[in-house]
Write a protein that binds this ligand. Structure first.
Ligand SMILES: NC(=O)c1ccc[n+]([C@@H]2O[C@H](COP(=O)([O-])OP(=O)(O)OC[C@H]3O[C@@H](n4cnc5c(N)ncnc54)[C@H](OP(=O)(O)O)[C@@H]3O)[C@@H](O)[C@H]2O)c1
Length: 242
C-alpha cells in the first residue's frame, strides 16, 4: 500500500512544492486546500488516484473535522502530517507606535499559524496513530526563535511561530512516548507569495530539503535530545535555537 501524507495549505507556495515532491516519490497525498486549487490541476491529471484534494480551512473547527472525516473514509492510516498553512498579516515595516492593533491581524495570525495546526493535529491524531511513521511536521520559521531574535517589529508573525514552537515541544513531550516524531521546521527564505521575489530559495529546493529531512526523521537518523534539541530545525537539518 502507498504511504500517505496530509499537507495543509497545499494549493500554492511551499505546500504546493511539497505536494509535488511527495507525489513524485510515490506517496498518496491528501492536499489540504482553502481558496487556491487551480495550481494543482496538472498534478491531478498526472496522479489522478494519488492526489486527493481536501477542502481545509485550519481556522474553522468544522472544516478540520470534515477534512478528517474525508481522509478517514479514504485511508485507514496517515503516515505523515505537514502543518504548512500559514499567513503573514500586518505591515512588517511599521514600528510599534504606527501599528494598527485593532484591525484583527494579531488574532487572525494566531488563528492560522498557531491554533490551526493544533486543531489539525487533534482531529487527525487517530489516523496518525494508526500509521507506521507517526510523523508530525509543523512548518515554523526562524522568526519563532526567541534565542536568536533580531527583529524590532513583526510582532504577530514572530509571536505566532514562537507559539507554534511551544506547541511542537508540548506535542513532542505528549506524543513521543507513543512513538510519534514531532518537529518544527524552518523552510528557509523561500520565493512564494509570502516570502517575496527577493527570497533566497525556490520552493522546490526548500521542499526537497524538507522531504529529505522527513525521510531522515522516519529512518531514525535525525534524533532529538532530552532537552528538546533537534526538534526545531531548518530545511537542511541544522539545529535552531528555541
Ligand atoms: N516563504 C518563506 O520565506 C517562509 C519562511 C519561513 C516560514 N514560512 C512558512 O512556510 C509556510 C508556507 O508559506 P508560503 O511561503 O508557502 O506561503 P504562501 O505562498 O502565502 O502560501 C500560504 C498557504 O497557506 C494557506 N492558508 C492560508 N490561510 C489558511 C487557512 N486559514 N486554512 C488553510 N490554509 C490556509 C494558503 O491557502 P489559500 O491559497 O487558500 O490562501 C496557501 O496555500 C507558512 O507556514 C509560512 O509561515 C515561509
Amino acid at each position: 500500500m502507498k504511504e500517505t501524507v496530509l499537507i495543509t495549505g497545499a494549493g500554492r507556495g511551499i505546500g504546493l512544492a511539497l505536494t509535488k515532491e511527495f507525489l513524485a516519490a510515490g506517496y498518496r497525498v491528501f492536499a489540504g486546500v482553502r481558496k487556491t486549487y487551480h495550481l494543482l490541476e496538472k498534478e491531478k491529471e498526472q496522479y489522478p488516484a494519488d492526489l486527493i484534494l481536501v477542502p481545509l480551512d485550519v481556522t474553522d473547527m468544522a472544516s478540520v473535522r470534515a477534512a478528517a472525516a474525508q481522509v478517514s473514509a479514504a485511508t485507514p492510516a496517515l503516515e505523515i502530517l505537514v502543518n504548512n498553512a500559514g499567513v503573514y498579516l500586518g505591515d512588517k515595516t511599521r514600528p510599534l507606535e504606527e501599528l494598527d492593533l485593532e484591525d484583527n491581524h494579531l488574532q487572525q495570525t494566531m488563528e492560522v499559524n498557531a491554533f490551526g495546526p493544533l486543531r489539525v493535529v487533534q482531529q487527525f491524531l487517530p489516523l496518525l496513530a494508526a500509521g507506521e511513521k507517526k510523523i508530525i511536521i509543523n512548518i515554523s520559521s526562524e522568526a519563532g526563535s526567541i534565542g536568536d531574535c533580531w527583529r524590532k517589529q513583526e510582532y504577530a508573525y514572530a509571536m505566532s511561530k514562537a507559539a507554534l514552537n511551544m506547541q511542537t515541544r508540548i506535542l513532542h513531550n505528549y506524543l513521543s512516548p507513543r512513538g510519534f516524531k514531532v518537529r518544527a521546521l524552518h523552510p528557509g527564505w523561500v520565493r512564494t507569495d509570502m516570502g517575496g521575489k527577493e527570497a533566497d530559495l525556490d520552493p522546490a529546493t526548500s521542499a526537497a530539503g524538507i522531504f529529505n529531512l522527513i525521510q531522515k526523521v522516519a529512518a531514525g537518523e535525525q534524533v532529538t535530545k532530552e532537552d528538546g534539541e533537534g526538534i526545531y530545525l531548518d530545511y537542511q537539518g541544522n539545529i535552531l535555537r528555541w
